[in-house]
Design a protein around this ligand. Structure first.
Ligand code: SF4
Length: 232
C-alpha cells in the first residue's frame, strides 16, 4: 500500500476515533489544495534547468512509449543562435544511442543548419515526444499530449527567438493540438508562420520526408531563409 494512502487511513481512523460519522466540511478540499501546492513545488524544483528537466525525462514512465523505447531522447544543443528545431519522435538510431537526429535524417538536418551558416551545436534540437514509438509509427494524440509538458518547459527554458517545426506532429503540438492530426497536411501549412507564446514558428518538412522527396528540399530551404530573416 502506498505511503500516502496509509497516511490518509490514519487521518480517517483519527476522525472515527473522535466519533465523527462524516468528514468535516472542507476536509477533502484542504487535502486537494495541499496536494496541488505540493505538486507545483515539486514540478518547479524538477524543471528549474534543462539538466533537471532531462533527468526527469530519463525517468519518465508516463505513457505507453516508455515500454517501446531503449533510451529516452532528450533535446541537445544551445541557444546561442536563438533557433530551435522540433521533430516528431526518436527513430531507431536515436533510440539506440539516446540522441536526437543522428541517422540519415539527422545528417540532412545538420547539412541544412550548416547551409544556414550555423553550427549544429549552437542550435537546439529536440522532438515532440521523447521516446521511440514501436515500428516507427506516428505518436498518437494522447502520447503527444502526455509528453507536451516537457516540450513546453524546454521551450520556456531555452527561450528561442525562432522555432522551426519539422513535420506535422511538432506543428500540430504547437498549434494546441487542434482537430485531428491526420487532417493536418504539412504540404499545405509549411511556410505559413504562426506564433507560439509570441515566438514565430515556421513549419517545414521533416528531414525523413525529404530523404524520400528530394525535390522538396528547395521548399525547406525557403523556410530556412524565412527563419534566418527573423533571427536577424
Ligand atoms: S514519450 Fe514522453 S511522456 Fe511518454 S514515457 Fe517518454 S518522456 Fe514520458
Amino acid at each position: 500500500m502506498g505511503r500516502e494512502i496509509e497516511n490518509l487511513l490514519d487521518i480517517l481512523n483519527f476522525y472515527k476515533a473522535l466519533g465523527f460519522k462524516e468528514l468535516p466540511s472542507g476536509f477533502i478540499n484542504s487535502i486537494l489544495k495541499d496536494r496541488e501546492s505540493c505538486d507545483m513545488t515539486h514540478q518547479e524544483a524538477i524543471f528549474e534547468s534543462i539538466d533537471s528537466l532531462n533527468d526527469r525525462i530519463k525517468k519518465c514512465f508516463n505513457c505507453p512509449l516508455s515500454k517501446s523505447r531503449t533510451n529516452p531522447v532528450c533535446g541537445e544543443g544551445d541557444n546561442s543562435v536563438g533557433l530551435m528545431f522540433i521533430g516528431e519522435a526518436p527513430g531507431v538510431e536515436e533510440d539506440k544511442i539516446g540522441r536526437p537526429f543522428v541517422g540519415e535524417a539527422g545528417k540532412l538536418l545538420t547539412n541544412l543548419i550548416e547551409k544556414m551558416g550555423f553550427k549544429r551545436e549552437n542550435v537546439y534540437i529536440t522532438n515532440t515526444v521523447k521516446c521511440h514509438p514501436p515500428g516507427n509509427r506516428e505518436p498518437t494524440k494522447e502520447e503527444i499530449s502526455m509528453c507536451f509538458d516537457y516540450l513546453k518547459k524546454e521551450i520556456e527554458l531555452i527561450a528561442p527567438k525562432v522555432i522551426m517545426t519539422l513535420g506535422k506532429v511538432a506543428t500540430y503540438a504547437l498549434k494546441n493540438m487542434e482537430g485531428k492530426i491526420n487532417d493536418l497536411s504539412i504540404s499545405k501549412i509549411r511556410g505559413k508562420v504562426f506564433f507560439y507564446k509570441n515566438i514565430p514558428v515556421i513549419p517545414t518538412f521533416h528531414p525523413a520526408y525529404l530523404l524520400r522527396n528530394r525535390k522538396d528540399k528547395w521548399l525547406t530551404w525557403e523556410d530556412a531563409q524565412e527563419a534566418m530573416r527573423r533571427l536577424k
